[in-house]
Each structure stands twice: as C-alpha cells, then as structure tokens.
Design a protein around this ligand. Structure first.
Ligand SMILES: *[C@@H]1O[C@H](CO)[C@@H](O)[C@H](O)[C@H]1NC(C)=O
Ligand SMILES: *[C@@H]1O[C@H](CO)[C@@H](O)[C@H](O)[C@H]1NC(C)=O
Length: 381
C-alpha cells in the first residue's frame, strides 16, 4: 500500500472498512448468542428455544422457582428469555383475538389482557395462598411497578443488590405464562418474605385482594397521560400485542375507551383507590416517588415493618435512580426479548411529546368526568 501515491488517503478508509466489518461481525455474533441463550417457558420447556437451556429455566419446568433472597445464583439466572410466542406461551389459543391494527389480546373474566395471561394462570392467581409476610404489588402497566419492585426487593434485603440474580428471579407472577411465571407448588417452596406481582383491577386481584388474603398489598398509580404514552411505546410492534401498528391517535382512542390490555385505566385505578382504607393496602403514586423518594421509601418501610438503617436507605436511594436502573443488570429487564427499551424516560410530563393541544384538552375533560368525587388527583408535570 505504501508505494501507492494516494496511500495516505486510502489507508484510513481501508482501516475504517475493516473496523466496520469487525463491528458488524461482532454484532451478528452477539445477536446469535442472545438468541441461543433465550430461556424456555415453564409449560412448554423446549418449544422455540434452545433445548440446551432447558435446565436453565428460571422457575421453570418441574424445578422449584429460585429462592427469594437466596445468595449467589449462576449464569442461568441471567439467561435471556424468549420473545413471546403464541405456540409456546398462550397455553391454548382459545379466546385469543386480533383487533384493529393487529392488536392481539385475550378476554379473561371480561377483561382485555395480554395473551400470556391465560385462564388457568388467572385462576391460580386468584386462589394462591399468601402469607402475612408476603408483599403483593399491583398496578396498571407502565406505572412504575418495576421501580417499585426494585425498591421492595432492596427494602427486604438491606439495600443490597444480589450478585448474578436479576430482579425477576425474585418476583412471582402467577397470572402470567411468560417471563417469570410460578405455580402454587413453586411459591409454596419459597421462604418468606416473597414478592408477588399483578396487573389486575381490584375485582380480579391476586389472592382475592386485600380483604381476602393476609399479604401486604401495594398499588402504584401514575398520571394517565404519561401512562398512555409509555404504554403506546411498550405495545407498539411487540409480539405479545400482535405487533400492533396503530398510530398514536388510534392508541389514544382505544386507551380512553378501555380497549387495551388490562382494560380501562380509570376503572383499574379507582377500583384499588376505593379499597385504600384496608389495613393491608398501601396506595402509592409514581409522582410522589419522583418528588419525594425518601419520604415515600420511609412510608413503604413503615408499612412493611422494615427497620431501615441510614446505610440501607443510602444504598436504596442510589440503586433506584433511573440512570442506575437503566444501566445496571439487576432490574433493567434487558435479558427479556423485546424489553430492550423498557426504561425509556421515567419522567413526569413526557406526555407533552405526544399529546396535541386538542387531545390534551379532551383527555383532561375525560379525567374530570371519570375521577369526579373520587378524591384522587395526579400531578401531570
Ligand atoms: C399493520 O398491521 C396490519 C395487521 O397486522 C397489516 O395488515 C398492515 O399491513 C400493517 N400496516 C402497516 C402500515 O404496517
Ligand atoms: C377458572 O375458574 C372458573 C371459576 O371457578 C371456572 O369456571 C373455570 O373453568 C376455570 N378455568 C380454568 C381454565 O381453569
């Protein structure tokens, strides 16, 4: 090359090309590794996934779910979870429907839910036997529940993130056949305290809700404009939503009409708000956690009867910032296919990027109508 007169010009170009090629190969390689490593679902261990990972199922197959709070953990715990697939996760196609713009859903007990919330899982979630030491958190989707789950785990574990064990292996999602499903036998085998997740309205609550189960229920709600925008990003193009491809305008319409997975936001939130006097229910707002994290952290600790040391409080404060959670492996869910952008913004007021003035005014009016007399209010900025 050196003998070529234009060599000085060409060398960097060639070097750049080689670098690009290398990068490309690296990307393909990394992608292939991730695909191979995806975990089977519980009910259909091998379908659609690498058979070699059968034994690596988190809470899968006949193995007991990993023990909450148990130390250690192996590379198995961080394996990738397959993208949602009907054949693997729907546990039967009965009741699966396709709506406008390909939006996929299932109706269970009159509620529109994702296809991985199957009638059998739902039944199990209703009858699961909980303990007074259990924590059961619930929300409409995209309302800060993963943030809350991280806080709950850390509160119960002295503010220490476990090595090599993602958050989801410490959570139990009875109503789901995908990501971190559990059976009664699996959760029975776990030591206390256990952390259960649900996205159901109160009439369909885990274990029958606060008045029918001894566990400590926590509900978190977020202003519905930010929920609508966040949920639009979350559902668009995803396997579990039939790769829904409607416009924002369309989404906002079905959201306000309650024709999205988990149904009507107002009904969902108000159904839990009405139960707020139950001694084993704590009602939280995302915006309060944003504006006064320490105050809310202490409130949650008091509710759970956890002695929060100053050191643990500091650890939790730094482990639960948005930037830390997005970057760290513990709770960012990046090992779940299709969850790469799970932590998108985490701000109050992101709805302004999407809502037009007219949409905002119409939505405010709807809010006033639907929430009138409830005493529940939200900060929108
Ligand atoms: C959107 O999805 C529907 C149904 O899945 C499909 O028929 C249509 O071609 C898609 N439209 C666009 C613009 O991609
Ligand atoms: C769920 O429970 C209901 C009410 O007990 C029952 O009618 C239904 O058959 C159950 N469904 C499944 C799939 O177990």
């Amino acid at each position: 090359m050196g003998h070529m007169p234009q060599g000085g010009m060409r060398r960097p170009t060639a070097a750049a090309a080689v670098l690009l090629l290398l990068l490309l190969l690296l990307c393909i390689g990394a992608h292939a590794v991730e695909q191979d490593a995806c975990l089977p679902s519980e009910a259909h261990p091998s379908a659609g996934c690498a058979a070699a990972n059968l034994a690596a199922s988190v809470g899968g197959g006949s193995r007991a779910a990993p023990q909450a709070g148990a130390a250690g953990g192996s590379s198995q715990q961080t394996g990738r979870i397959c993208e949602y697939q009907d054949e693997v996760h729907a546990e039967g196609m009965e009741g699966i429907e396709i709506g406008e713009h390909g939006y996929k859903y299932r109706i269970v007990d009159g509620l529109m839910v994702p296809p991985y919330v199957t009638p059998t899982r739902y039944n199990a979630s209703r009858t699961v036997v909980t303990r007074p030491t259990d924590v059961c958190y619930c929300s409409f989707p995209k309302s800060g529940s993963t943030w809350l789950a991280t806080v709950l785990y850390l509160l119960l574990n002295d503010g220490v993130e476990p090595e090599g064990r993602p958050l989801r292996s410490n959570l139990h999602w009875m109503e789901s056949s995908w990501t971190y499903p559990r059976t009664q036998a699996e959760v029975d085998a776990l030591p206390s305290p256990r952390i259960f997740k649900s996205h159901m309205p109160h009439r369909m609550a885990l274990a029958g809700g606060p008045r029918n189960s001894p566990c400590k229920h926590i509900y978190i709600a977020r202003n519905p404009k930010d929920v609508a925008v966040s949920y639009y990003h979350f559902e668009s193009g995803k396997a579990w939503s039939g790769r829904y491809n409607g416009t924002w305008e369309h989404w906002l319409r079905i959201f306000t009409e309650g024709r999205v997975q988990r149904g009507d936001w107002f009904e969902h939130v108000l159904s839990w708000w009405e139960q707020r006097d139950a001694p084993n229910l704590l009602f939280l707002k995302y915006e309060d956690l944003k504006s006064d994290f320490r105050g809310q952290l202490r409130r949650i600790a008091a509710y759970l009867q956890v002695q929060l040391s100053a050191e643990a409080e500091e650890r939790i404060v730094s482990a639960t910032t948005f930037a830390h959670m997005r970057a760290a492996g513990f709770s960012n869910h990046k090992h779940i296919a299709d969850f790469e952008g799970f932590f998108r913004k985490g701000e109050i007021g992101s709805w302004k990027d999407r809502f037009t003035m007219a949409q905002s005014e119409a939505f405010d009016k709807l809010c006033r109508q639907r929430m009138a007399g409830s005493g529940l209010e939200f900060d929108f900025e």
